[in-house]
Write a protein that binds this ligand. Sequence first.
Ligand code: ACO
Length: 335
Amino acid sequence: MDLIHEIKEKAKQHSMRIVLPEGGEERTLKAADIILEENLARLFLIGNPADIQQKAKGFGLKNIDKATIIDPVSHVNKARYVQLMLDLRKSKGLTQEEAERLIEDPLYLGVLMIKAGDADGEVAGAMNATGDVLRPAFQYVKTMPGISIVSGAFIMILKDKEFGEDGLMVFADCAVHPDPTDRELAEIAVATGKTTRAIAGFEPRIAMLSFSTKGSAKHAMVDKVVSATKIAREMDPSLKIDGELQADAAIIEAIGRSKAPGSEIAGKANVLVFPSLETGNIAYKLVQRLAHAEAIGPVLQGMAAPINDLSRGCSVSDIVNLVAITANQAAGMKG
Ligand code: ACO
C-alpha cells in the first residue's frame, strides 16, 4: 500500500472537520467533491453559497451538498468570532471595526472557526500567497505548548529506494521560518521528528545539515547547527539525531563512515533538517525537479491546530492529499 493510500485510509477513520476557505475556487471545489465522496473528512466550504452551488452544478459535482457552506458575510457565528478576536488581540491594538472587517476575510474566518472549536483544521493557499495564509493562523491559533515557531516539512518520495526509508525522506524547514536561531532549529528538528512518526509513518533518523561534518569547518553557521543538535537532544531524548553533517555524509553510507565514524545517523539519515529556509526550500525544489521526486507538503508543524498551505500551482489531487494529511494531524493532536 503506498503512503498516500495509507494516509487516506487513516483519515477516513477520523472524520475530522476541515475548513476550506477558498470554497469557490475551481480546484478546491473539485477536490471537495472527491473528499466528500471518499469520506476523507467533513468539510466547511467558505464562500458565497449561491456561487458555490452554481459552480458545483456547472462542474457536474455530485457531493457538494454534503459540505457545510459558510457565507463569510452573513454566517450565524459572526458576532461570537468578532468577540473572540477582540479577546485575543485587543491588547495588540485590534479594534471592533477592524475585527468586523477581518472576519469577512475567509482566511481569518477559517482560523477563528478552529480557535472557537467549531472546526479541526484548515487547508488553503490555492489562490492565496503563503504569508497571507499563515499570518491569521500565527495570530489566532498560535503554536503548540513548548514550541515557539511554525515550520514546514516535505515528505519526499524518491525514485531511488536506496535512500532514506525505502525511498521516503522528510525535509524541513522548507517553507516558513527564514533564519532560525539554534533553539528554533532544535524545535524544527523535534517537530519534524513528530511529523515523520505521525504522517510518514517511520522512525526518524535526523541529520542536522551544514557545510561541515564534525568540525571539518569552523564558522558561526556551523556552531549554530552543533548547538541546535545538542538542544534538540535535550528537548527530546527519544530522537535519534546527529550533526553537524554535510548532505553526502548524511545519506551515503561510505561517506558517512569515513567523515563521521561511529555516528548512528551518518549515511543512514531519513530526515534532513536544513540550517535555514533558503537551503531547505532550494534543496526540496531541486530534488523534486532533478531527481523527479514527489514532494508532499508543506506539512506545517508546530501550530496548535493543523493549518496547511497549498502551492498556488497545486492540482486537485494535491488538495485532496493535503486535506487527508491535515485530518490525520488533527486526529493526532486530539489524541
Ligand atoms: N511561527 C510562529 N509564529 C510566527 C512565525 C513562525 N515561524 N513567524 C511569525 N510569527 C508570528 C509573530 O510572532 C507574530 O505574532 P503576533 O502578531 O501575535 O506578535 C505574527 O506571526 C506576525 O509576525 P510578523 O513578524 O509580522 O510576520 P510576518 O507576517 O512578517 O511574516 C511569514 C510571517 C509570513 C510566515 C514570513 O515569515 C514569511 O513570509 N515566511 C516565508 C514564507 C514563504 O514565502 N515561504 C516560501 C514559499 S512556500 C513553498 O515554497 C512551499
